[in-house]
Design a protein around this ligand. Structure first.
Ligand SMILES: *Cc1c(COP(=O)(O)O)cnc(C)c1O
Length: 218
């Protein structure tokens, strides 16, 4: 069961700070998505291609779908027709393929570059050198638009570690925003259920919240 009042309170608090709320609906049924939709939510995110392509056609057309999971190049074509923002671009190869598929559908696809900040090896993303290269490369592409950066902090209760990672991301965001006049970076996507307050304090413009809205995933 979705707690609509809790959703509205969260959405209101974030909107007062000009932070966009993306509801992470992975593993959750369309009924739960509809409950939030009816309460006013329009931005939803998924991390598996199979799941987002199954849900999108059966849900209202004005939903803005975000893709936040690791994306294999051979699967980009399945989300290209409808995706609103791919937040998890983690390689130049993926950037190139997204541009190629976007051309076929005559679209310009909004993208965030995912930055690796967490201590865990398993988290995907670019380092600073790769980010600089990707931004230069993106300048040559016509059918993708780099809108900003996304990052996931370490999975830890140690707020100092998490805060340091958010500060690092925000610094990178500011640095490359200034460095690339041709690229209009507006979105800094950081913060999840457990750390969104900290992310908000450190300059996040978009949070990705799943379990806090939908309940724990099994
Ligand atoms: C699952 C997921 C989230 C949301 O996680 P919660 O802890 O449930 O809020 C956010 N970002 C990414 C990239 C995810 O995979």
């Amino acid at each position: 069961m979705i707690n609509v009042e809790k959703y509205q309170e969260l959405a209101g608090n974030l909107s007062a700070k000009n932070i966009e709320l993306v509801a992470v609906s992975k593993t959750k049924p369309v009924e739960d998505i509809m409950a939030l939709y009816d309460a006013g939510q329009r931005q939803f995110a998924e991390n598996y291609v199979q799941e987002i392509t199954a849900k999108q056609p059966v849900l209202p057309a004005d939903i803005h779908w975000h893709f936040i999971g690791h994306l294999q190049t051979n699967k980009v074509k399945f989300i290209t027709p409808f995706v609103h923002l791919i937040q998890s671009i983690d390689s130049i190869k993926l950037l190139k393929e997204t541009d190629k598929q976007a051309k076929k559908f005559n679209r310009v696809i909004n993208c965030l570059l995912q930055i690796h900040v967490a201590k865990e090896e398993s988290k995907f993303g670019m380092n600073e050198e790769e980010l600089a290269k990707a931004l230069n490369y993106a300048d040559t592409l016509t059918n993708i638009k780099i809108c900003g950066l996304m990052g996931m902090a370490s999975f830890t209760d140690d707020e100092q570690i998490v805060a340091a990672e958010f500060i690092y991301l925000k610094d990178l965001f500011d640095k490359y925003q200034r460095a690339n006049a041709s690229i209009d970076m507006k979105i800094l996507s950081m913060g999840m259920s457990s750390d969104y307050k900290l992310a908000a304090e450190h300059g996040s413009t978009m949070v990705r919240i799943g379990s806090l809205l939908f309940g724990a995933r099994s």
